[in-house]
Design a protein around this ligand. Structure first.
Ligand code: 3HC
Length: 289
């Protein structure tokens, strides 16, 4: 594989909020997409996510019905990562849990036949270096931090480790811009990268305001949407991202930087303990049921 135009077979590991978005945009770009899931139940949930997002795109006139149907035909599912042997690019998008990611990367390493296949991880806080070292090909391992909702937001942070080969970095960045139509920012292999280094302290501060009774969630959000033109306030955004994901990201960032502004407040931990994970579970700072 020498050229981005040759990346036509993409694998996506996981079909949650981020994986579904990745499968959608890859299929929209005309690529053959294979999605690895852990069960038929997660396949069904993943399909539903993709179909809901596409229905939104069709309703808004962004996608024709024929285009939607052919896009869906380009996405297939498997519960066996062994089926990824012929993939030229794999983007892993499972939960922000390092042991799970390490296991997947070790499996991918054993399975992928193309020595130049790129192994990307959609993390926002874990060390790309540690993930790369789970493989025998750290030069081909790279971080791609997409933003939710993936089909709508243009940014991808691309994060190389000290061992990532420049050619892999350049090939992936060109693929993201030329094939997927994304905008790329190069970010350092430091927990939080660029965007979350700024966003996470903001979101944690909003949660602390709720926790201390300083202000109500709806007032904080109205303040930031009406006063600062943010598309959504910090607490609704936290619900969209997923409170479990945010808790994991903030914890990891705090571990690495020891910056108190990154530390997740106890309220966030309790909400996660209680299964209040935001929009995806039906309840977070707001009720979606
Ligand atoms: N494909 C293509 N376009 C689509 C689409 C799809 N599947 N689904 C929706 N769209 C388009 C719509 O047509 C619309 O375009 P238009 O403005 O030209 O009409 C646009 O996307 C917005 O969609 P909706 O109208 O359905 O939704 P809203 O206007 O209510 O916006 C939102 C919703 C996009 C979520 C907006 O509120 C927003 O941008 N919020 C901020 C989200 C954000 O900050 N995300 C980053 C989170 S941080 C993160 O992910 C990193 C992690 O590590 C923490």
């Amino acid at each position: 594989m020498t050229d981005n135009a040759e990346i036509s077979r993409v694998g996506v590991v996981g079909c949650g909020v981020m994986g579904a978005g990745l499968a959608e945009i890859s299929a929209k770009a005309g690529l053959d997409v294979l999605v690895a899931v852990t069960s038929t139940t997660s396949e069904q949930a993943g399909r539903k996510r993709i179909e809901r997002s596409l229905a939104n795109a069709v309703a808004k006139g962004k996608l024709g019905e024929d285009e939607r149907d052919s896009l869906l035909e380009r996405i297939t599912f498997t519960t066996d990562i062994g089926d990824f042997a012929d993939r030229q690019l794999v983007v892993e998008a499972v939960t922000e849990h390092e042991p799970t990611k390490l296991k997947i990367f070790s499996q991918l390493d054993a399975v992928l036949e193309d020595d130049e296949a790129i192994l990307a991880t959609n993390t926002s806080s874990l060390s790309i270096m540690r993930i790369a070292r789970a493989t025998e090909r750290p030069g081909q391992v790279i971080g791609t931090h997409f933003f939710n909702p993936v089909p709508v937001l243009p940014l991808v942070e691309v994060v190389g480790s000290l061992l990532t080969e420049q050619s892999a970095h350049d090939r992936l960045a060109a693929f993201l811009t030329d094939v997927l139509g994304k905008e790329v920012v190069r970010a350092p292999d430091r927990s939080g990268f660029v965007v979350n280094a700024l966003l996470v302290p903001f979101l944690m501060a909003a949660m602390r305001m709720v926790e201390s009774g300083f202000a109500a969630a709806a007032d904080i959000d109205r303040g930031m949407t009406l006063g600062c033109a943010h598309p959504m306030g910090p607490l609704r955004l936290a619900d969209l991202i997923g409170l479990d994901t945010l808790h994991a990201v903030a914890t990891e960032m705090y571990e690495e930087h020891k910056e108190p502004l990154h530390a997740p407040p106890p309220l966030l931990a309790r909400m996660v303990d209680g299964g209040l994970l935001g929009k995806k579970s039906g309840r977070g700072f707001y009720d979606y049921r």
